[in-house]
Design a protein around this ligand. Sequence first.
Ligand code: UDP
Ligand code: MG
Length: 148
Amino acid sequence: MEQTFIMIKPDGVQRGLVGEIISRFEKKGFYLKGLKMVSVERSFAEKHYADLSARPFFAGLVEYIISGPVVAMVWEGKNVVVTGRKIIGATNPADSAPGTIRGDYAIMIGRNVIHGSDSIESARKETALWFPEGVSEWQSNLHPWIYE
Ligand code: UDP
Ligand code: MG
């Protein structure tokens, strides 16, 4: 089944939003397959956001991501990449709908609480980067109650 990489950014950790964010993905019916708290090096943050290295906000973005521990996760489920992005909301919290994580908990684009992979391909790349040790392969017994 499809997997996505989700990261609670340092502001989300500092603001005590970890439980709330995990809860939203859990309650939706997605399965948590990987989870760890980690403080990343500058070079690692630059690698994660390599596609954005030419953008004017890149330096500030890297500073933000290394400013404290983050919570890295892998979630699994049908269409979890696209649906995960919907749960997260638009990049700029000013445009994120209420009910989304960024819509409910953020104001500034540079403090938008959470990252989610934007495609299956980037989910694969990001999961390999953040979880080189691999993720858990447990299967939920609730599966028939979530999927028809
Ligand atoms: N970002 C920023 N200023 C911008 C655009 C993006 O600070 O003008 C930050 C923001 O934290 C965003 C991250 O860079 O989440 C990555 O940007 P991307 O376009 O990939 O947005 P996302 O996929 O996170 O919605
Ligand atoms: Mg992105």
